[in-house]
Ligand binder design. Sequence first.
Ligand code: LHQ
Length: 264
Amino acid sequence: MAEDLLVTTVGAVRILTLNRPEKLNALSPALHEALAEALAAIESDDAIHAVLLTGAGRGFCAGADLTQNLSGDLRDLGTAIDKYYNPLVRRMRALPKPVVAAVNGVAAGAGANLALAADIVIACASANFTQAFVRIGLMPDAGGTFFLPQLVGDARARGLAMLGETITAAEAATMGMIWRCLPDEGFGQAALALVTSLATKPTQAIAAMKAAFNAAATNSLDAQLDLERDLQRKLGRTPDFAEGMRAFAEKRPARFTGAPAPQG
Ligand code: LHQ
């Protein structure tokens, strides 16, 4: 049987490909477990600087596997969410490395919100997004009610959630839900080029940005200004900042390593 998650490495990039194409990569318990394992491995691997999440076949992810997820102890949807969906979203947001979702086809229900949990979302022109939950009597989960209003504003978030309409990748980009809609042709290469470029950036700075953006959702401006000061102070001690300053003075591109600031 093919693996539900394909894990490959290209340089400092780890590529995670959801691989249940016959079910549009719907999230089964086995796929959740493979994702959790893969993200834990990335957390502890200093050689990996960026992550690409995509889907095999014509879909990105059709959300919860409606044929598997709802049996056994997962009959209680709260249990499924506690066990799989919430840890997945928390892990992606807390990962101190950038995650790019390359949405190669339909992203529905928790599959759409899985994409939105990434740091940068790109989609090919033929991809689409739908908060499908309402069609089966549910509400958005996997962070949807948090991410959507932040990304597209309250009016559009409510429309998307309550109507469950399908929007194209181009519409998603226009409303600010995703970073960019790219042509179908060459989408895989464009996604890899983007994430490879992220992997060459100062990883500690990107990690600090993630921490700051995460905190901004609940912080006051005062608290956020203090947090920026603390994180920037730490970045000021990293080898990448020293390299950035040297490169600036020498008028050449910086060569970052992503090494952390020395302790103390
Ligand atoms: C699928 C699925 C799928 C299994 C397509 N499952 N097989 C829920 C419960 C538990 C806890 C936590 O949270 C959640 C959150 C959720 O994610 S709820 C929302 C779940 N997702 C959906 O409601 C979307 C269901 N799928 C669809 O509406 C359509 O398949 C979309 C719009 C995604 C794509 O439509 P089409 O392009 O027309 O493809 P299709 O419907 O023909 O699907 C292709 C195959 O994939 C088909 O299998 P078959 O054997 O007939 O060829 C589908 O049954 C299967 N599939 N989604 N979620």
